[in-house]
Design a protein around this ligand. Structure first.
Ligand SMILES: O=C(O)CCC(=O)C(=O)O
Ligand SMILES: [Fe+2]
Length: 280
């Protein structure tokens, strides 16, 4: 079957058909996926009967995998498969615009999220294109932002241990170790995509704390503007999940928001995160 790509909006998102992620991927399909990801920034595969091992194997075709410092996973053999299991007693914490793991020196290239169990309704996810957001700014604003660097801090999103990390071990010790191992990092406010050379806004409400070249008042005002700008509907798309859907986003040029409107119902997702390179 030929691979078919259907864009979801002009700025971001596409559905990709004709690929089974539970089978070994021919190189031609791998190439089609890479190209679709670069062009559309987030792509969706539907009706996939993908096991955690197959999701892991698929992600490995794109690079080395990240083990999240505090989220639960399917370890010890599948530590790279993260578990996002939310319900009334375990509310999610990704209902904020964020780029995954932007608090490390080499933030992830991409994230692959597989749907396992869904609430009766709700639990959609939104993505925003940092490319569309940057390109919509005036030339003087673009030039100003190109000069700036911002701090990203693990502690902004993960300010304390979370009760449901006990699945792994002592959550407090685990969190303290994560804080020690993840001091704040600085990235450019606008990054250049290492493959397409396109420029994208690279600050996010989840992890970005301040613009280091500006005063606090200036930084607060500019970040508030940029967070609101990136969330404009024109640069975003919203996906309503079905069990079996797999989403794959280019984490270098996007941010996303998990809508937390389904509690107390359960929602279960498996995530694999592919390591990236140092933003420039
Ligand atoms: O659960 C969601 O909809 C978003 C999850 C998320 O932020 C992630 O997998 O990185
Ligand atoms: Fe995320």
């Amino acid at each position: 079957m030929a691979v078919k790509i259907s864009p979801l909006t002009p700025a971001i998102g596409a559905i990709i058909e004709g690929i089974s992620l539970s089978d070994p991927l021919p190189d031609a399909q791998l190439k089609a996926i890479r190209e679709a990801l670069l062009e559309h920034q987030v792509i969706f595969f539907t009706s996939q009967a993908i096991t955690p091992r197959q999701q892991h194997a698929f992600a490995k075709r794109f690079g080395d995998l990240h083990i999240h410092p505090i989220y639960a996973n399917l370890g010890p053999e599948l530590e790279e498969v993260m578990v996002l299991d939310s319900d009334g007693d375990h509310p999610p914490d990704n209902d904020i615009w964020h780029t995954d793991v932007s608090f490390i020196k080499t933030p992830p290239l991409g994230t692959i999220l597989a749907t396992k169990e869904l609430p009766p309704s709700g639990g959609d996810t939104l993505w925003s294109s940092g490319i569309a957001a940057f390109e919509a700014l005036s030339k003087p604003m673009q030039a100003f932002l190109l000069e700036l660097k911002a701090e990203h801090n693990f502690l902004k999103s993960f300010s304390k241990p979370r009760y449901h990390y006990e699945v792994k071990s002592d959550p407090k010790a685990m969190w303290e170790e994560a804080v020690r191992k993840n001091p704040p990092v600085v990235h450019p406010v606008v990054r250049t995509h290492p493959e397409t050379q396109r420029k994208a806004l690279f600050v996010n409400k989840g992890h970005t704390t301040r613009i280091v070249n500006l005063s606090k008042a200036e930084s607060d005002a500019v970040l508030e503007f940029l967070f609101a700008h990136a969330a404009r509907p024109e640069f975003t798309m919203r996906w309503r999940w079905q069990v079996g859907d797999v989403g794959f986003w280019d984490n270098r040029v996007t941010q996303h928001y998990g809508v937390a409107d389904y509690l107390p119902h359960r929602r279960l997702m498996h995530r694999v995160t592919i390591l990236g390179d140092k933003p420039y």
